[in-house]
Design a protein around this ligand. Structure first.
Ligand SMILES: [Zn+2]
Length: 123
């Protein structure tokens, strides 16, 4: 990979990082505004489950989104680390180069398409 290409990926990774970090902050702010379900009172929670309000549903969604975004954020950090170490674009499984088109689609990917398929197949 050439220097300008690496620069371009670094830029994109930093942009993605900002975006995800910002979304996580928004979700955290939204959740803390409405702390009534986070008391840890399980009996109250069970009652809520029986008649799950749209509000609770939305918060459940937010928790799901937040945890998957946290995972992406971690992957972005790892990709940036690999950029620093000149290991960017190398599959973490088989050590072969990840195709450029795949990196362009998902700049923080750590697996080549073959390894990704194998991994998804195992699930
Ligand atoms: Zn691979």
């Amino acid at each position: 990979m050439t220097k300008p290409q690496l620069q371009e990926f670094r830029k994109r990774l930093l942009e993605e990082r900002n975006k995800f970090a910002g979304e996580l902050k928004t979700i955290a702010r939204k959740s803390s505004k409405n702390p009534r379900d986070s008391s840890g009172d399980l009996s109250a929670y069970t009652v809520h489950m029986a008649d799950m309000s749209a509000d609770t549903y939305e918060r459940e969604m937010d928790v799901n989104i937040a945890s998957s975004e946290q995972k992406v954020l971690y992957q972005i950090d790892e990709a940036l680390k690999r950029l620093e170490e000149d290991a960017y674009g190398t599959c973490q499984q088989c050590n072969k180069p990840v195709s450029l088109s795949r990196l362009k689609a998902v700049p923080y990917t750590e697996l080549c398409i073959q390894c990704q398929r194998t991994k998804e197949h195992k699930k």
